[in-house]
Design a protein around this ligand. Structure first.
Ligand code: HEM
Length: 471
């Protein structure tokens, strides 16, 4: 749908986006020496929602170049301060003065992901994070990988090579399947379809334009989906609590800090619902982006395949995945070019200063990691696909601590980062070991930014079985 817009409509939207009168958000306190944050409302009510959906992080890049690292815009029916560039990102995410809470997320997704780890702030967050960390140790990750690998194998093995397939929905199905295994230990397998539907409804609702449970809306479906998920997890909780299961659900039940802190039943259920959401779309988007870039750059596909074939046909374990160095470079580059979480939300709990700008109390703040990923001060030719930029000789990602931030930074840095990359690697390893793939000549994927970026057209890919390849 988005791709069919004629070029002149895009051009008109771009011109409109830049044409609004720029004004200060709020006057800084007299004598503070701080500058006002400058920006514009955009369309009444909608603000810049439409241009964001259309242009995604390109909108952030344009505003960063024009308005600097701290600006504001109308969005989500309110005013949002947008922070971009590595120094400003560091100021917000490192949060030294404790001026930024997670309530920026609460505003958007609390109805569905109530009391997930990412929605907690300060002392309470720290306590919950310490407990959750126990479910993400390397030993635990090794167990999860041992459950991912067979699922990846059977999933990829079933994909058609007869004609082009829409990769994105296939990957979504596969990652949901993997989640049922790794997160739930296959428990409640008979309910998988209903749970998947409920889960999809909650995720879709998070990006709903309508923010009330009116009949027929995504929001209402999401609230219902949340209820289904709660019932489901509470039903399976006693078994997860009592057994010695090695899945994530059991891991959260068993997690204890050295001080003996542990999760209540309610905590476990809330965290599970959030974790499913946090893990699912992000890993799917990353796998889709890597597949796309490898199709566009067959020399990298070949290079990655050599390493996968060298591992042999045994299902991979965590140590084997760690040896796939080329895939590591490609995944990092794909996460740079297509950051699955392009905005990280915060809200001020007191007046704050970022890069000499004054942000009033109670203001929504959106940090834009995707903009940093194209900053010419950090990256050479940032629009090019060039995985070697992450190699030891160039290490462009170390040009600034906050140059490469697909997983965020500071106290809320993604707790599932290693698991996410391992899952993406396990799927791609299986794809590389068994197939080659291409996209149509001249094809360029377009990302829909209504929620997290997803390929507008489902990403058509033609797979060829390696078994059929000439020797
Ligand atoms: C490629 C995959 C992933 C990407 C790009 C990603 C990205 C992010 C980002 C940017 C944040 C920071 C949010 C903030 O600062 O407010 C975050 C937080 C989080 N992620 Fe991920 N994520 C990925 C995979 C996963 C997976 C697989 C899991 C779980 C198994 C997970 C669980 C979480 C949790 C629980 C948080 C909140 C951490 C906290 O607030 O302390 N993520 N993720």
């Amino acid at each position: 749908m988005l791709t069919r817009l004629p070029g002149r409509v895009d051009q008109g939207l771009r011109t409109l986006s830049r044409s609004w009168p720029v004004r200060p958000l709020a006057e800084p306190p007299a004598g503070s020496g701080l500058a006002a944050v400058r920006g514009d409302q955009g369309l009444p009510l909608l603000g810049h929602t439409l241009d964001y959906i259309r242009f995604g992080s390109d909108l952030g890049r344009e505003r960063y170049a024009r308005l600097g690292p701290v600006s504001w815009m109308g969005a989500f029916g309110t005013q949002v301060v947008v922070v971009a560039g590595p120094d400003a990102t560091q100021a917000v995410l490192a949060n030294k003065e404790k001026a930024f809470s997670q309530d920026g997320w609460t505003f958007l997704i609390d109805a569905f992901f109530h009391r997930g780890l990412m929605l907690m702030s300060f002392g309470e967050h720290l306590m919950h994070r310490r407990i959750m960390q126990e479910a993400f140790t390397r030993d635990r990750l090794a167990e999860y990988v041992s459950q991912v690998a067979p699922r990846a194998r059977s999933g990829v093995g079933a994909w058609s090579t007869e004609h082009p397939v829409l990769l994105y929905p296939l990957l979504k199905e596969l990652t949901l399947d993997i989640a049922t295994e790794v997160f739930m230990g296959g428990r409640g397998g008979e309910d998988t379809r209903a749970i998947n539907d409920a889960f999809v409804a909650t995720v879709r609702a998070a990006s709903s334009m309508v923010r009330f449970p009116l009949p027929g809306t995504r929001f209402r479906a999401g609230v219902r989906g949340r209820r289904v998920l709660e019932t489901y997890f509470y039903e399976h909780l006693p078994a997860a609590r009592s057994g010695a299961g090695r899945d994530l659900f059991a891991g959260l039940c068993q997690a204890r800090t050295t001080d003996g802190d542990k999760f209540s039943d309610q905590d476990v259920v809330n965290h599970m619902i959030f974790l499913m959401m946090a893990a699912h779309d992000t890993s799917t988007i990353t796998t889709a982006a890597v597949t796309y870039f490898l199709a566009k750059h067959p020399e990298w596909q070949d290079r990655a395949r050599q390493e996968s074939l060298a591992l042999g046909a045994e299902p991979v374990d965590i140590d084997a995945l760690d040896r796939l160095n080329t895939l590591d470079l490609v995944i990092k580059e794909s996460l740079r070019l297509v950051a699955p979480v392009p905005l990280v939300m915060r809200k001020t709990v007191k007046p704050a200063e970022v890069e000499g700008h004054f942000i009033p109390n109670n203001t929504l703040v959106a940090v834009a990691p995707a903009v940093n990923h194209f900053d010419r001060a950090c990256w050479s030719d940032p629009d090019d696909f060039d995985p070697d930029r992450f190699g030891p000789d160039r290490a462009e990602d170390t040009s600034h601590r906050y140059a490469w931030v697909p997983f965020g930074g500071g106290a809320h840095k993604c707790i599932g980062m290693h698991f996410g990359v391992l899952e993406v690697k396990a799927i791609l390893h299986e794809m590389l070991r068994t197939h080659t793939w291409t996209v149509a000549d001249g094809y360029r994927v377009r990302w829909d930014n209504t929620s997290l970026p997803v390929p507008v057209d489902g990403l058509p890919v033609q797979f060829h079985s390696l078994a059929d390849a000439p020797a």
